[in-house]
Design a protein around this ligand. Structure first.
Ligand code: RI2
Length: 305
C-alpha cells in the first residue's frame, strides 16, 4: 500500500470521484490514517516528514474547500505527540467521527427552521444542507424541494435522486430558472465549501446569484456549514483561491471554434455576508458576523504560527 493510498485519494478528489467539502476532508483523514498504519520500521523524524509530504500532496488536490486543509491539519497535529504514529491514527479517527456527527447535528438544528408546508430551494449537492431537509421530512413536516441542475457537473441530479428516494416532493430546474421560481420558495438552504472571517460564503458557482434573488424577494437564505468549513487563514487576510476547472467540462463546440471561443469554468463563487440570514453549524445557528468568533475559538492556535 504505502504512498499508493495517498496518490489514489489525491486522484479521486481531483477528478471529483470523491466530492463534497465534508467528504473530501474525511477521505483525506482516512488516507492519512491508512498511510500512517502502513509505515513501519522508521524513526519518528522520518515518519513525521513522510506524513507532512503526504498531507501536502492531498492538500493540493483541490484548492477551495477549506475542509481539506483543516482535516489534514487536525490529523497532522498528532505529529507533535510523543507517540506520533498512534496519535495521527487516533486524530484521523476522531476527525472522521466528529465530521459525520457534525453533519447529523446540523440536520437536527437546521430542521427547526423548516415549518410544515415549506417549499425549499437548494443548489448543488451538499450533505449538510440535505441533512437539514431530510431531517425535517423525517420529523413529519410536509415539504417540497426545488433543486437546481448545477451546471456544468450537474450535482443537482444527485440531490434530486437522493430527495426522491426519501419520498420528498422534488422538482429539478435549470440554474437560470431560480428567479422564475423564487415566488414558490419559503427558504433557501445550501452547503458551504468555506466561510471567511467576515462571514462570506464560498460555495458552488451560482450560489451568489441565488442569494441575491432570495434577498430581493426577502426569502431567508441559510448555509449549512460544519465548524471545519470556517477558513482560519482569512482572519490574517489570506484570500481563498477559487478553483477554475477544465473547460472540457463545458466544451460544446465543434473543432473549428476551439481557438475562437474562450471558455471559463470557475467552480465556486462568493456570497457576501449581507445576503446570508444564518449559518447552521453543529454548535448552533450563527449570524455571518459570528464567523470571526468560530475561527478564533476553533483555530485560535493558528495565530501563533
Ligand atoms: O460538505 P457538503 O455539505 O457535502 O458539501 C459542500 C459543498 O461541496 C460541494 O462542492 P463540490 O461538488 O465538491 O465541488 C458543493 O459546493 C457543496 O455545496
Amino acid at each position: 500500500m504505502g504512498m499508493d493510498i495517498i496518490y489514489e485519494t489525491y486522484e479521486k478528489i481531483k477528478s471529483m470521484e470523491i466530492r463534497g467539502a465534508g467528504r473530501i476532508g474525511r477521505a483525506a483523514a482516512k488516507a492519512l490514517r491508512d498511510y500512517a498504519k502502513s509505515i513501519t520500521d522508521i524513526d519518528d523524524n522520518e515518519f513525521k516528514n513522510k506524513m507532512i509530504d503526504a498531507g501536502n500532496i492531498l492538500k493540493s488536490a483541490r484548492p477551495t474547500a477549506v475542509s481539506l486543509p483543516n482535516a489534514i491539519k487536525y490529523v497532522l497535529n498528532g505529529l507533535n505527540d510523543k507517540n506520533p504514529k498512534e496519535a495521527v491514527i487516533k486524530k484521523a479517527e476522531e476527525f472522521i467521527i466528529s465530521s459525520s456527527n457534525a453533519t447529523k447535528k446540523i440536520g437536527e438544528i437546521g430542521s427547526n427552521r423548516i415549518k410544515d408546508g415549506y417549499r425549499i430551494l437548494t443548489h448543488c449537492n451538499s450533505e449538510a444542507a440535505l441533512n437539514v431537509i431530510k431531517t425535517a421530512h423525517r420529523n413529519g413536516k410536509h415539504i417540497k424541494v426545488i433543486c437546481t441542475e448545477t451546471r456544468p457537473r450537474n450535482q443537482g441530479y444527485l440531490t434530486a435522486k437522493d430527495l426522491a428516494n426519501e419520498g420528498i416532493d422534488t422538482t429539478l430546474i435549470v440554474d437560470s430558472a431560480v428567479r422564475y421560481f423564487i415566488k414558490e420558495v419559503d427558504l433557501v438552504v445550501v452547503g458551504a465549501d468555506a466561510i471567511t472571517s467576515n462571514g462570506c460564503l464560498v460555495n458552488k458557482i451560482g450560489t451568489s446569484q441565488i442569494a441575491l434573488i432570495a434577498h430581493e424577494r426577502r426569502v431567508p437564505f441559510l448555509t449549512a456549514a460544519e465548524t471545519y468549513k470556517f477558513h482560519p487563514k482569512t482572519i490574517v487576510g489570506e484570500l481563498i483561491e477559487i478553483e477554475e476547472r477544465s473547460s472540457d467540462e463545458i466544451h460544446v463546440f465543434e473543432e473549428q471554434y476551439i481557438n475562437k471561443i474562450k471558455l471559463r469554468n470557475p467552480a465556486f463563487d462568493i456570497t457576501p455576508a449581507q445576503y446570508i440570514d444564518g449559518i447552521i453549524t453543529e454548535i448552533g445557528v450563527i449570524p455571518p458576523q459570528g464567523a470571526w468568533y468560530i475561527i478564533e475559538k476553533y483555530f485560535g492556535e493558528l495565530f501563533n504560527e
